[in-house]
Structures are given as C-alpha cells and as structure tokens.
Design a binder for this molecule. Structure first.
Ligand SMILES: Nc1ncnc2c1ncn2[C@@H]1O[C@H](COP(=O)(O)OP(=O)(O)OP(=O)(O)O)[C@@H](O)[C@H]1O
Ligand SMILES: Nc1ccn([C@@H]2O[C@H](COP(=O)(O)O)[C@@H](O)[C@H]2O)c(=O)n1
Length: 455
C-alpha cells in the first residue's frame, strides 16, 4: 500500500520561528547586549533545557526560573563551546576537537568527579556551536584548574580559550562569568551575565544545519568533507580514490532493485539472503565490502566525518547496483535511508517532536543518487530485538549500543525511516500490520506484505 497520503499529518508543525541567538563569546565584543542569547543543554534522558543570558541584574517578568541543568549549591558548573568553523576547511578540525575534548572530559579524575552534558549554542548567522556543560557536584578547586589546563592545551582554541563559570548570586539567582584563559594561572574576565531559563524554541537548534554536518545532499558535499580529512586520516584518501573510480551518473538496469532496511537484528541479513536465493538475485550491502576495512576508523570519528564516509559508501554501492541490475535482480542490505535516519536521530536530541518537519529537505533523496525500486522496512518489538542481539553476541558500533539503551532513539530512527520511505518510494513493512505509522498523530497504517521468515 502506498502511504503518500499520510504525509500531511506527520509530526508536529513547526513554524519558521528561529531563535535570534548570537554566540555568547562574541557578545563580549559587541557594544551593549544582543537581544537574545540561547543555549540548549541535553539532560540525561534526552530532555533539552534552554537558557539565555541577560546583562541586566533585573529579572524580566516570568523568567526567574533557574534552568534545571545547573546544580544547586554547593555544586558548580562550567561550560565551553567549540568556536564554529569560520571556513569550510576548518569544520573538520572543529568537529575533531569536539570529539577529542569529549573523550578528555570523561577521563581521569575530572571524568570521575564531574558529569558532562552536551551543550549547543546558536546563532542565526552561523552553524550551531557544540560544547559541554560540566557539572561538578562537590566543587573542587582542582576541577577549574584541570579544565583550564585542558583548554589551554588545545592549539585550535588558542590564543585565548574561553571558559564560562556559573555561580549563584546573593538571592539565589544564577550568573555566568566568561573568562579568557591567557596562560597558566592567568585569565581575564570578559563579562558577567545573568542566566535565565527560556521556553523551548519551535525549531530544534540543530535542524537548520543538518544538511551541512550530517545528511549530505550530494556526492560533492560528502566528498568535500573527506577531502578536508586526507592529511589527518589517510583512509579518507583511499575512500575518495574508490569513489573516483565509480562511473559519474550510474543508471539502474532493467532488473528490480530492492532495498531491505531496519534496525540491527530486525532480520535484514536473514531476509536479504532468503530473497536473494528465491529471486536468484545479486546481494549487495551498504557500506560495500570494499570500504569495510575502514569502518572502524570512521566510526570513531565525529558525526561530520563518519556520516560523509557512509554517504560515500552509498555512492559506491550505487555503481555496483547499476552494474548488477543489468544482469539480475538486486537486493541491497541498507542504503541511503539508513545513513540519513541514523544521522538525523543522533543529531536531533530530545523528543520525537523535535525532528524536522516532514517536508524538510533533510528527508529528500539526494538528486544524484541512484534510486531503488522498492524498500522494505523490517521492524520487530524492542524486546524481540534485544533477545536476538543477545543471542548473537556480535561486536556492535557505539551507535548500536546507544540504540539498545535508548528507546527514544529507536523510535526516532523508525519514524525518520518511515518519513523517508513515504517521501521516496512505495513502502511495505514486514510486521506492522495495523500499527499506526505515526506515533504523534497516528492516522495511517501500513500493511503486511512480506511473509514471516521461517525461524
Ligand atoms: N523472522 C525471524 N524470526 C525469528 N528470528 C529471526 C527472524 N529473522 C531473523 N531472525 C534471527 O534474528 C537474529 C538477527 O537477524 P539478522 O542477522 O538477519 O538481522 P540483521 O537485521 O541483519 O542484523 P544486523 O543489521 O545487526 O546485521 C538472527 O539470530 C536471526 O536468526
Ligand atoms: N548505509 C548505511 C549503513 C550503515 N550505517 C551505519 O552503520 C551502522 C549499522 O550498520 P550494520 O552493519 O549494523 O548494518 C549504524 O551505526 C549506521 O550509522 C550508515 O550510516 N549507513
């Protein structure tokens, strides 16, 4: 059953209302205070908390709520943001620095003492900046010293890394001081501002830049990222060389091309193998075998680089599909749908409603990527999936571990997948009979069209 008709009802509608939120540290260089600053902090459990800064010691009516992400006394909090890449060529370095700091902050005594939450700082005129909110429940002078040393040790942040320190005022209000770190033991306070809780914006702050950091719209966009990595990651050059050898605009042959999608352990390998045997088809998978030896390397890289790697894997598979579909039917285990769904579900934290609107460009099939004829999305209950995973005991990617732990993530993955499928091709499901496709508005159903695979 085609399910294009469900599109208008997918997800909550979000307006075009974007936050006017200049970067905090640039505020210090501006005359006066910008209208509104905004940060999002991801709490454990994926809830987001938003706060803004005010230069005034007066509290605007109704905004005296202390943002939940800050510890009550005697706890202390700090934050740091990785400056947004000013040029395309610096985005890889910024992404890797974020990754490096994330690892460093979780290690040693600092990691044992503090809790580190993801922070996003937004501005309409640049990409959101990623950073960290560091909570020290039993304030220890060593924490601030360790943070200063860590940030001063990052050449990318020099000449003066900036650290925000949060402290309660006399009346329980919260203040943020912005410090420029000049060298060991030397720092300068750039400004002090009042921290105010703000309501959730209509649009999740990461949505507007998904296309440039996680879901690439073309071969050129994904190649661009790996080209910037070649001096840092030798495997990037090897992947680009393989892409170069592929025909530029591969066309599908006359045989059908069927993609099987689904979370891990939903039965893709079992189904693809069985369909391959019964149709006497050629079985391909994304990422293709020719890049699989570099998977571990790219899985350890930040989103920007990891997603570009998987995106290029799809273009390599597309050329294999084009070649094989002139000879036999082709079955493909995962394709662009997986690449996009994992990327969006990871980048958009919080609730299902935070996902981009259904007609957002991020769900659109890349114009230059060969399209399949049919996509089957396999789904099983979370309990069944976990049982199957335990039964296998195979090594899993970090993302797969997160998926298992986080049911919200899984729901997001499935919802995104269904949106993409509804927008691109006919969608069938192996086990969704009677299931509402839409957890939010729940209007349409998709039917059971492939039989269960015998155990
Ligand atoms: N229809 C089914 N009924 C019962 N068990 C199944 C069914 N399909 C697959 N399984 C079992 O579930 C486990 C996972 O299946 P499979 O390897 O095919 O999943 P997958 O989606 O390819 O996983 P991954 O993406 O992680 O490789 C296997 O042990 C398989 O035997
Ligand atoms: N087209 C693809 C395929 C895979 N991924 C990423 O790989 C992980 C799942 O791979 P399996 O080997 O378990 O099937 C998952 O973490 C995806 O991020 C991808 O992005 N695009």
């Amino acid at each position: 059953m085609l399910c294009r008709s469900i599109l208008p009802s997918l997800l909550l509608a979000y307006g075009s209302n974007r936050m006017a939120v200049p970067l905090v540290r640039r505020a210090s260089a501006q005359a006066g205070w910008p209208g509104q600053l905004c940060f999002a902090v991801e709490l454990t459990g994926s809830d987001l908390v938003y706060f803004t800064l005010s230069g005034s010691s007066q509290c605007p009516a109704g905004s005296d709520r202390r943002p939940q992400c800050f510890l009550p006394a005697p706890g202390r909090c700090y934050s740091v943001c990785i400056p947004a890449a000013t040029q395309k060529s610096s985005r890889v370095r910024a992404a890797r620095l974020h990754r490096h700091l994330e690892q460093k902050l979780s290690q040693g005594p600092l990691g044992a003492r503090c809790k580190v939450l993801g922070l996003l700082s937004c501005s309409p005129d640049r990409a959101p900046e990623k950073g960290f909110l560091i909570q020290d429940p039993q304030p220890c002078p060593e924490t601030e010293r360790s943070l200063e040393e860590l940030f001063l040790d990052q050449p990318e942040l020099l000449p003066a890394p900036e650290l925000c320190v949060y402290e309660a005022g006399e009346h329980g209000e919260l203040w943020q001081s912005l410090w420029a770190l000049r060298g060991t033991g030397s720092k300068e306070m750039l400004r002090r501002a009042r921290v105010l809780a703000v309501a959730e914006p209509q649009l999740h702050p990461a949505v507007s830049h998904l296309r440039s950091v996680a879901v690439f719209a073309s071969l050129e966009a994904a190649c661009g990222v790996l080209e910037e990595c070649t001096s840092l990651i030798p495997e990037a050059k090897a992947v680009l060389d393989l892409v170069d050898k592929c025909p530029k605009h591969p066309k599908k042959g006359e045989f059908p091309v069927i993609v099987i999608e689904g979370l891990d352990a939903t039965g893709k390998t079992t189904v693809t193998q069985s369909v391959k045997d019964s149709l006497n088809a050629c079985l391909l998978r994304s990422p293709p075998a020719c890049v699989s030896e570099w998977r571990k390397t790219f899985d350890d890289e930040p989103t920007l680089i990891r997603r570009a790697f998987y995106a290029l894997g799809n273009y390599i598979v597309a050329s294999e599909i084009a070649r094989e579909s002139t000879k036999t039917p082709v079955i493909v285990d995962r394709y662009w749908h997986s690449t996009a769904a994992y990327a969006i579900a990871t980048e958009i934290s919080g609730k299902l409603q935070n996902l981009p609107q259904v007609h957002h460009e991020v769900y659109q099939w890349p114009e230059d990527l060969l399209r399949p004829d049919l996509v089957l999305l396999l789904t099983v209950s979370p309990e069944e999936r976990i049982q199957r995973l335990q039964g296998r005991g195979l090594e899993r990617t970090r993302e797969e571990v997160a998926l298992e732990a986080n049911s919200l993530f899984r729901q997001k993955y499935v919802l995104i997948m269904k949106i993409i499928l509804c927008l691109s091709v006919s969608v069938l499901s192996s086990c969704c009979q009677g299931e509402n496709i839409l957890p939010v508005t729940g209007e349409a159903e998709i039917c059971l069209l492939i039989p269960e695979v015998a155990g």
